[in-house]
Design a protein around this ligand. Structure first.
Ligand code: CO
Length: 660
């Protein structure tokens, strides 16, 4: 009897032999899964219903934390990130937890000082984290030193990542070739890594390249090798299988409802594909089906509106053409759309490889993907034929100074010189470990946040996110009420919404009733298509209905909220934020206005009313798409008015200051 027939005849629940070398699987549903598909909006209350069932599958680990979760939870969900860890730990007692740690960037977008970095890792370990998947956007492992010391001290698993990136269509070329990856693996081994992760954040790794890299690394070490890829380009399931053939020890997947698109391969087909082989996972597919049923019925309805269903295809070959990670691509599109400049997307695609090369051919992963992406948008929007890099973000200046570490190839000297002109830390770039030049910041944060922080976890949260962290702590301790858009929606809310849309489709909402109430700021517009006919339907929730900020229609639909009430620019899916009051019109007689060149959030004013300033002096720091821009005085004069405070969200063209 052939093997094939033997396997078909086998009742796998009874006869399934234990594999010689079962492949281990990490589940990403609770972190990268909803980060990739639903803009990281997954709430703890929606993980609890399946948490105990997930613990029974036999996963090597569950990824539950880190990456963008820390930011999104406190900023958009009014959830304490530390609390999620403690809560899930009460339900998941056997399976270790893994987090994505951006090395010295922690869970933020810049390098933090050693003292804050140490405190963060210590607190994460203390709150229940077991495996620290650590990466640096530049693959500069000097940025690992501080956090790794603490991971080891806390007795936890240090998983060192190699960010996978390309400059050619496939593995190879002058920079990112097989030698590069094997040498990086050797560097990680020298640092005492407990496992090695090939982190393919954009879904670029081709099956045969995955095979080659895994084989080559396995040839130099017995330390477990782990492959992380994204489905974005459509190759990831094939790449996992080839990596398994090459002997990879651990792979990353999601439960089916959270799989595919820009997320990850689904686990269930992999379990079936390996059934009865020497790499059989041993997982019970029926238990997984039960989990999926709960997710489908009780959880997914609350998130389906966040799914980018603008295209029918579930794969995006743009990532193969432009090598831009899925999240970065949608950020760029949203940024351009908010600037009414979506027609410039092709120019952005063209400029992107050029900017990337000039900035040292960096891998594109948070935060370098944002740094390169937003600088590219700035170049396309603000450069003139005579002058490139007219508006350089603070983060590009930091990169040019060496504050993120060493780039794969040197930064273009002309761009570097321009970026560092007048730079606060000096005009000569550093070559040491970046954190060497950073002042300690934990005590400073403690002092600044004062009594608002009740424990060290609050202080660390504030230290990493001073502006939004402070806002969150005010909600947490009821200093200010949390706005409606950060509250969760229920299945009843979803049903109400679906009923309204169904009525609209049936044509029952078309005739306005006499005495209809005025539309509120929460009104949301749906484009409804019925048999080729098109209806534009406004839906205005009433009573206790609490709309989520991201529940607003995608910007493609006409926004009903006032334009000035722009969402915080960091929202991966731009949406009108009903709670943000429109900025009052500012009288600018007798002065020249400084206006926001892009939508964003005011980080701080750098001057006071009455200060004398010169044209070109920095006046306001504006955060747009997580990048900070120093906005400068349009003329010489005195600061007559400062129109915004730290934390204010502003639309494009909002007057920020008046100089007269
Ligand atoms: Co990922």
């Amino acid at each position: 009897m052939s093997d094939q027939v033997k396997m078909t005849a086998m009742n796998y629940a009874i006869d399934r032999p234990k594999a010689e070398n079962p492949v281990k699987v990490m589940d990403l549903t609770f972190r990268d899964g909803h980060q990739s598909l639903f803009a990281t909006r997954g709430r703890t209350e929606d993980m609890i219903p399946v948490a105990e069932m997930m613990d029974e599958i036999g996963f090597w680990a569950l990824e539950t934390w880190g990456g963008a979760t820390f930011d999104t939870m406190h900023r958009f969900l009014n959830e304490d990130p530390w609390e999620r860890l403690r809560t899930l730990k009460r339900y998941v007692k056997k399976t270790p937890f893994s987090m994505l740690l951006r090395a010295q960037n922690l869970v933020g977008y810049r390098n933090y000082a050693d003292d804050l970095s140490t405190a963060f890792v210590e607190r994460a370990a203390e709150n229940g984290m077991d495996i620290f998947r650590t990466f640096d956007a530049l693959n500069d492992y000097r940025n690992f030193e501080t956090v790794v010391k603490q991971i080891k001290k806390s007795g936890k698993h240090f998983q060192g990542c190699i960010c996978y990136t390309l400059t050619e269509p496939r593995l190879g070329g002058e920079v990112y070739n097989l030698d590069y990856y094997v040498n990086k693996a050797k560097d990680l081994i020298a640092m005492g890594t407990d496992s090695i992760c090939i982190k393919d954040m954009a879904g670029l790794i081709a099956p045969y390249d995955a095979y080659a890299i895994v084989k080559a690394i396995k040839a130099v070490t017995d330390i477990p090798v782990h492959l992380h890829s994204h489905f974005t380009s459509g190759m990831a399931s094939m790449s996992l299988l080839k990596a398994i053939e090459a002997g990879v020890d651990i792979v990353d997947t999601c439960m089916t409802p959270y799989a595919f698109r820009t997320s990850h391969p689904a686990v269930e087909p992999l379990v079936m594909a390996l059934l009865g082989t020497n790499r059989d996972t041993g997982f019970d597919i029926k238990k997984m089906a039960a989990i999926n049923e709960v997710l489908e019925k009780e959880v997914m309805p609350k998130y389906k509106h966040l799914l980018d269903d603008s295209k029918l295809s579930i794969i995006d070959i743009n990532v193969l053409l432009h090598q831009t990670p899925g999240g970065m691509l949608s950020n760029l599109v949203n940024q351009l759309r908010e600037m009414d400049a979506l027609d410039k997307i092709d120019q952005v695609y063209k400029e992107l490889p050029r900017v990337r090369k000039e900035l040292g051919q960096v891998p594109l992963v948070t935060p370098t993907s944002q740094i390169v992406g937003i600088q590219t948008v700035n170049n396309v929007l603000f450069d003139t034929p005579e002058e490139r890099y007219k508006m350089i973000t603070a983060q590009v200046k930091d990169l040019c100074f060496g504050l993120y570490g060493k780039t794969a190839v040197p930064i273009d000297p002309e761009v570097q010189k321009k970026a560092l002109k007048g730079y606060s830390r000096g005009e000569t770039p550093i070559t040491c470990r970046p954190a060497e030049v950073l002042e300690p910041e934990l005590e400073k944060a403690k002092k600044e946040v004062g009594d608002l922080a009740k424990d060290i976890d609050d202080v660390v949260l504030y230290g990493i996110y001073p502006v939004t962290g402070k806002k969150f702590l005010e909600w947490k301790y009821a200093v200010t009420p949390a706005p409606a858009e950060v509250k969760p929606i229920t299945l009843e809310d979803v049903k109400k919404r679906d009923d309204l849309v169904a009525k609209a489709k049936a044509g029952k909402l078309v005739e306005p009733k006499a005495g209809a109430p005025d539309k509120s700021a929460n009104v949301r517009t749906f484009n409804v298509f019925v048999d080729g006919e098109y209806f534009n339907v406004d839906v205005d929730p009433t009573g206790d209905f609490q709309p989520m900020v991201a529940a607003a229609p995608r910007p493609a639909a006409p926004a009903a909220a006032p334009k000035a009430a722009a969402a915080p620019a960091a929202a991966p899916k731009a949406a009108a934020a009903p709670a943000a009051a429109p900025k009052a019109a500012v009288a600018v007689e007798g002065g020249t206005p400084l206006v926001a060149p892009m939508p964003g959030m005011v980080v701080k004013n750098l001057v006071n009313v009455g200060d004398a300033v010169k044209a070109g002096d920095s006046i306001v720091v504006l955060e747009a798409m997580k990048m900070e821009n120093n906005l400068t005085a349009p003329c010489d004069g005195t600061v007559k008015q400062l129109c915004c405070n730290s934390g204010d969200s502003v639309a494009k063209d909002t007057v920020l200051a008046v100089i007269g």
